[in-house]
Design a binder for this molecule. Sequence first.
Ligand code: ADE
Ligand code: ZN
Length: 366
Amino acid sequence: LPSCMGSLKHPVPAASLDPAADRAKVGPMTATAEFIRGLPKAELHLHIEGSLEPEQMFEFGRRNRIDLAFGSVEEVRAAYAFSNLQDFLDIYYQGAGVLRTERDFHDLAMAYFRRVTADGCRHVELFFDPQTHTDRGLPFGVAADGLLAGMAEAKATLGVSSSLVLCFLRHLDEDAAFATLRAAEPWLDRIQGVGLDSSEVGHPPSKFARLFSAARERGLKLVAHAGEEGPPAYVWEALDVLRVDRIDHGNRALEDPALVRRLVADGMTLTVCPLSNLKLCVVDDLKAHPLKRMLDLGLKATLNSDDPAYFGGYLGRNWTETAQALNLPRADLVTLAKNSFTGSFLPPVAVAGHLADIDAYVSSNS
Ligand code: ADE
Ligand code: ZN
């Protein structure tokens, strides 16, 4: 199958593991890029396994003595031409196979936090897919403890706050998800919420109705991918059956005006991921991305990277490329930054602090 135009026109660029070197390569920043970098912002839709750079694939593969199916970093990058979500997921689950130890997860998280703090990110709500790892025989705690250690170190050394969201794989059955929730029990005091990801079409939110109600009873926040490839009906189910606190993606909600009215009335946050949408052929040009339309309709959209190592950009690049493609005015950028905190699961006092930081930044930069 040929790739969509989005993938052909936007190959994943080679990124070094040094954000400063990356910036030097693209030359001086434009005024908008500079404004965006200084703007306090949060990332609410980031799969940590999707931050695994090809270089790290080889590094972790080497230290864990795992043979990779690829001969070089360039070969790996060349394989990142996707026609749809499933194409990507096949290679993403394969890549995650190099993650074996707590140290791997710690190092993965720290490398991500170094990159995203260089982009001006102050807070992250980080997804992980425990079933991808427990199904390979790793105990639940290997990923969870490694990530939690990385998160604590990032807070101490980089000043970025974060919380952990456990995502269930929707292509597996609800019993498997329940088994994962039981395995997670000793960690639930350190887990903010649960999510639903992987292959969307054919796996509607209603398949996990009992699971999400059990998670809600445990006091967990609830999010679900919906309307990325799946129809508006899946977004309705996420709202009415799962009773989620946030919708991940939500693009296809725009096909249903009654659903848009509902999302606006609820003040529901959508975690939108433009470079992901481009690479997975949800849109075929960034200029055609619905983010601006969402904002103009009064939807509470946020900007996020999804799987930055696979989709050609971390948080900053999602912001700058989208701002440029859609010609977003500064007022929209400020709204997006504020949405990223008011749509987060941070306590109100922390949200208020970040909003005050945004206001101070805007008044000193206008
Ligand atoms: N897992 C990682 N990234 C995903 C995405 N964009 N959609 C569904 N599942 C995912
Ligand atoms: Zn996602």
